[in-house]
Write a protein that binds this ligand. Structure first.
Ligand code: GCV
Length: 721
């Protein structure tokens, strides 16, 4: 019995047992356990009984395992994998019989990951073909086919052709070698460095399976605040084990490389990227890596930011640093993902301007295998930011998107926030870079600048050792959604919500109808109760959880909340127009025109760009103060609505998830009030206006909120109302 046959048995046993006790969310969206009516069960069963898989690779075995799991768990049946009279053939296009091939439009297989699922008629009988150019495309096609069953779609005359629009679809783990996860809210790192390379934990296979099912094809295993030890030979053996596990799932491994590794590991006196010995050190390290991992993806680098070493340390530029590594990786088809999140040691006049100032002048200077990885906004993963002005400003550079899936600033492990809505907002934003309609999606998927050799999207992972992977059960949706939008950045948040809910819980239309708006509205809710109207970075600056608009004592002014909100007796907000830092100047003229008038700027960005008088008349006819209070209250009300909706969801989900989510929503409601109360009391000192009548009486003083300590002991989570 080969490894995969025994794996099939083990996985089925494992999943079935979990299911006997309670529906474990370890299976994520691949539990295949949603209720299914008998008629559909019979229809599906009759159509997938006999399948021929014409590939004998490890990936072929994974496809077989997955289909068998589907049959066992969803249909209470088993599949015979046969070459005689199959109902489904899964084969690479070159291995299809020519009589089948001629019925397939193979031209639409535009790249090595594209697939076609098509029903053809042969001798008056239906035959379903899943095909593509590579084994991985067959795996993607299989997951897509399985999804149709999970969504209870009619598969009788199925015809789907799909290709990823973005080449590198990558998770960034901020996992440290000691097992902790920076900004991780789901336990510890799933990489057990102490037990690797010997122990191949089942979780590694589960991780690969989940990622492959949503098209993620790369993973950066370690934190961007990097430890050079990951590049030592013993660690590379560990990395190799993971790479070997992930390869048949189409997932490449990448590492963050500490720029000063030649000093730390190579004992050189410098890490100057133009120094010959340094270059030789990297050359031999890269050769060592590729000997072990021939398809190693490349390096992700955080340089000269938040204390990380980088080329500037040696008087060299980002380009010199990135290109040195890129030159050495080029013979192996490796890439460098060079982060534009530069947060320098010296405080700048406006932190929001720094990345643009440092990177835009280098447009066209990076080598072809360098991607500049840019966070979605110019500050740092806030609930809402205007888009990063580098998008559209570097037409001769491959820019890669960096989203955060882990909820560092959005309630961490306890708030339900559906992030695909945030991603959608960013991806659909018009940069006007090549006229109207130049969306960010078109920049990062290469549509706008076709000569870009590589396209990419990264998501900072929210995965950890918690049994449900992500801490908050609904945070799974953010991992899922990231994968879907990395595959196709025009995928709507609503369609993702529906898919994820259906695949994870049930396709019941009442459930979907009620839960889809809950997910969709959850993002606006968090903006409203934390940072409405363009406020930003007013959280507690130490752990980034809970409100802290009063924070003024961090070691640097641009870590302080007061630096960002600038509340005073005149008004609120950071003037980034011509009269202030003029960060607005970094945006295209169409945006400048709209945003440089306080009456035409979208109110969602008002306080990001303007210092606005408290009594400024907003579009609703009320003052800024009144309107801001209204948004805070609106955020609280939205969470109450979420709670009320959830109350009715018990029949659709298992009791553990129901109770856990109920409790988490209670915490979220309580903390939405905490944000509202603390921020309003703090800002009221400057506004000197009464709280509007719709704000319930606040039972505590500002000093009470300032003195609160986080985290709270379990069971004594305070109520703020
Ligand atoms: C990995 C923010 C986070 C840091 C993170 C940094 C980055 O500052 O708070 O934890 O470091 O972004 O993206 O590099």
């Amino acid at each position: 019995m080969n490894r995969y046959n025994s794996l099939i048995g083990l996985l089925i046993l494992f999943f079935s047992c979990n299911f006997c006790f309670s529906q474990s969310s370890e299976e994520l969206w691949l539990s295949y356990s949603q209720p299914l009516n008998n008629k559909l069960k019979e229809t599906y069963t009759s159509k997938i009984k006999h399948i021929q898989i014409k590939t004998f690779s490890e990936t072929g075995e994974i496809i077989k395992t997955e289909l068998q799991m589907l049959a066992t768990k969803m249909l209470d049946t088993s599949i015979s994998f046969t070459s005689t009279t199959p109902q489904i053939i899964i084969a690479k296009i070159d291995n299809l019989d020519s009589k089948f091939k001629q019925k397939i439009n193979s031209q639409s297989l535009v790249n090595n990951e594209s697939f076609i699922i098509q029903t053809i008629t042969v001798h008056q009988k239906d035959l379903l073909i899943i095909t593509g150019k590579t084994d991985i495309s067959l795996l993607y096609g299989t997951y897509c086919f399985i999804k149709q069953l999970q969504l209870h779609k009619d598969i009788s005359s199925i015809s789907i052709t799909d290709s990823p629009k973005i080449q590198l679809r990558i998770l960034n783990h901020w996992d440290n070698l000691d097992g902790t996860v920076e900004r991780g809210y789901a336990g510890f790192s799933i990489w057990d460095w102490h037990l690797l390379p010997g122990f191949k934990k089942e979780i590694y296979y589960e991780y690969a399976r989940a990622n492959a099912s949503i098209g993620i094809n790369g993973t950066v295993l370690n934190n961007v605040n990097s430890n050079a030890y990951i590049l030592t030979s013993p660690y590379l053996q560990k990395v190799k084990t993971l790479a070997d596990i992930f390869r048949p799932y189409g997932i490449k491994v990448y590492l963050t490389a500490r720029f000063s590794a030649p000093i730390e590991l190579g004992k050189l006196p410098t890490a100057d990227p133009l120094n010959e010995e340094v270059i030789q050190w990297w050359k031999s390290k890269i050769s060592e890596i590729y000997k072990e991992i021939p398809d190693f993806g490349g390096f992700l680098i955080k340089a000269n930011s938040e204390g990380q070493p980088g080329p500037n340390t040696y008087g060299r530029s980002h380009v010199e640093g990135a290109n040195m590594l890129a030159t050495l990786l080029e013979p192996y088809q490796g890439v460098v993902m060079w982060r534009a999140f530069v947060y320098s040691e010296q405080q700048s006049e406006d932190r929001a301007k720094q990345a643009f100032n440092e990177f835009a002048p280098f447009d066209g200077a990076f080598k072809e295998n360098v991607l500049v990885q840019v966070k979605n906004g110019p500050i740092d993963f806030q609930p809402r930011e205007p888009y990063h002005p580098l998008f559209g400003a570097m037409p001769k550079t491959s820019l890669m998107m960096e989203f955060q899936i882990t909820q560092e600033y959005l309630g961490q492990g306890s708030h339900l926030v559906f992030l695909p809505k945030l991603y959608e907002e960013v991806l659909s934003t018009d940069t006007y870079a090549k006229g109207k309609g130049s969306t960010i999606a078109k920049i990062i998927d290469g549509e706008l600048y076709q000569d870009h050799r590589i396209t990419g999207m990264a998501g900072v992972a929210n995965i950890g050792t918690e049994t449900n992977w992500t801490g908050h059960p609904f945070a799974q949706a953010n991992w899922y959604g990231f994968g879907r939008q990395a595959w196709d950045p025009t995928t709507s948040a609503e369609s993702i919500a529906k898919e994820w809910l259906s695949m994870t819980f049930t396709t019941d239309s009442l459930f979907i109808q009620q839960m889809t708006p809950l997910l969709i509205n959850s993002r606006e809710a968090v903006v409203n109760y934390m940072t409405p109207l363009g406020l930003h970075h007013i959280m507690n600056a130490e752990h980034h959880y809970g409100p802290g608009p009063w924070i003024a004592n961090m070691s640097r002014p641009d870590w302080n909340s007061i630096y960002y909100h600038r509340a005073d007796s005149l008004g609120l907000g950071f003037d980034r127009t011509q009269t202030g830092s003029n960060a607005l100047e970094q945006y295209p003229k169409e945006i400048q025109e709209q945003f440089s008038n306080i009456h035409t700027i979208p109110e969602a960005y008002l306080l990001w760009f303007y210092h606005v008088p408290w009594d400024f008349k907003m579009k609703n006819g009320h003052t800024l103060w009144y309107t801001m209070a209204w948004y805070y209250q609106q955020g609280v009300n939205e969470v109450k609505n979420m709670q009320q909706t959830w109350e009715h969801m018990q029949p659709y989900v298992n009791n553990d998830i129901y109770q856990d989510t109920r409790m988490l929503l209670e915490i979220q409601y309580s903390e939405a009030q905490w944000w509202r109360n603390a921020c309003l009391l703090y800002f009221q000192q400057f506004a000197k206006m009464p709280l509007p009548e719709f704000i319930p009486e606040i039972p505590h003083t500002l000093d009470y909120y300032k003195a609160l300590k986080f985290p709270y002991a379990p069971g004594i989570h305070p109520s703020w109302n």
